[in-house]
Design a protein around this ligand. Sequence first.
Ligand code: CMC
Length: 330
Amino acid sequence: PNKQQLEKLSNDIKERSIIDEDLRIILNSFPKSAHPMGILSSLTSGLVAFDPSAVNIDDEEDMYDAILNLLAKIPVLVAWVYRRRKGLSLEYGDTSLAYVENLAKMMFQRPNKEYVQNDTIVSALNKLLILHADHEQNCSTSTVRIVGSSFAGLFASVAAGISALWGRLHGGANQAVIEMLEEIQKDGGDTKKFMSKAKDKSDPFRLMGFGHRVYRNQDPRAIIMKETCHEVLDELGLNDDPIFKLAMKLEKIALEDEYFIEKKLYPNVDFYSGIVMRAIGIPFSMFTAVFALARTAGWVAHWNEMMMSDESKIGRPRQVYKGKTKRDIK
Ligand code: CMC
């Protein structure tokens, strides 16, 4: 965009970042212990009820409005889900701030204290959101496309994408990495023992944050996230953090391990992103929700592209039945 277009987009997003007050009732009716991804998916779906008018896909303004509404409301929902879990009041940020600063404020501000921005947190969140914004036909994006292909609507399609992202083989890996590191630490910190488990075919344990369907050498996002991880831990004085030290030890032995080399298993973005989020004070149950917030930009771009294309058709994979034919009832 040129400068004016960027300014318009930015203002239009700010304009739409208000949530119907009744949605708080829905949010408050979830148990505090509920997983943020389940709540986020439900609230995203629930947004349709507050704006039930169907999006006319042939109307540019309608499409723009739907997309911006979602982009504007998701950060507020993510911040509110986080605050609800912490028992904090559900606050709006300050739309005079830039996107990331506003997000940090919405999440971390205390009701009785002025929020002071922390450059390290802002820069880390910024990189994290950019790195996770889009990643072609991953599991959740394909889900958004397949749901959207039936004209189910943008919010319903993205709600389905959030559910797909939740799984630990996909976006949920960032939470699973920290849980795994804590488990190894609790068990005495024997990384070799867990490496053996990861290679043992009779053991379901896998090294979380390693491997990728597409990247068979390096995950380029992981390289940037690793740098960010070092910066954040340096700046926040957390280099001696035992979980971080354990992660570095595990990374080293995995990179030198013959099985991992042969199978081309390298650390992926989630191996480091969880450490970064943990360092800046985000609880691990919220990691995948922050990923979802970032990926919303990619999901809406894919949905828009699909809706605008003359070649789009309903998603309908074929199935080849290879099972038994006639079976007699005994
Ligand atoms: N630990 C141990 N062994 C592994 C791992 C791992 N993390 N990942 C793959 N393998 C083995 C697997 O057992 C298989 O061995 P074999 O050929 O003997 O059967 C081989 O490597 C190939 O694995 P695969 O499961 O066929 O590979 P895939 O492309 O289907 O799966 C993956 C990709 C990411 C689901 C998988 O590597 C995995 O489970 N990783 C851990 C979860 C994770 O970190 N996910 C985040 C992905 S990046 C974020 C995102 O974009 O979603």
